[in-house]
Write a protein of this length. Structure first.
Length: 137
């Protein structure tokens, strides 16, 4: 919940920093401003950058932490620290894994969310194997 509030706060700051405090009149007006102005390009670039930081942080603290918490009797803080170290030590592999997860989730969602019934168990199983390869038994 705290992460969501921080995301909303940063989104509002980025909007105000690029467009000011004036709100667009309508959604089509906003889209026109977004794709035809320099401020719109700035909003897209800054938004993507902040979104990437949130996605990286979320992946770094959870990709190994969840399976580790299920597998061994460790505290949540220890699991998060181990997960972050595992991601920084295997940055390229974890980046490819994050991209793969994002693409598969998008494909599953595009199929009216029915595809997620197949994608989620496969991703869960693959995450377990990544955990077993990265963290020594």
């Amino acid at each position: 919940m705290l992460l969501y509030i921080a995301w909303l706060f940063l989104a509002q700051l980025i909007y105000i920093g690029t467009f000011g405090t004036d709100m667009p009149i309508s959604i089509p007006d906003f889209w026109t401003l977004l794709v035809t102005t320099r401020q719109g390009a700035g909003l897209i670039i800054y938004g993507l950058g902040v979104g990437f930081l949130f996605a990286f942080t979320t992946m770094a603290i959870s990709v190994v932490a969840f399976p580790l918490l299920l597998d061994k009797p460790v505290s949540a803080a220890t699991a998060v620290a181990i997960s972050f170290r595992a991601v920084t030590a295997n940055l390229l592999v974890m980046a490819l894994w994050g991209i793969s997860v994002a693409v598969l989730l998008a494909i599953g969602a595009l199929l009216f969310l029915v595809g997620l019934a197949a994608v989620l168990p496969i991703l869960g199983h693959a995450t377990w194997h990544i955990y077993r390869k990265v963290v020594e038994p």
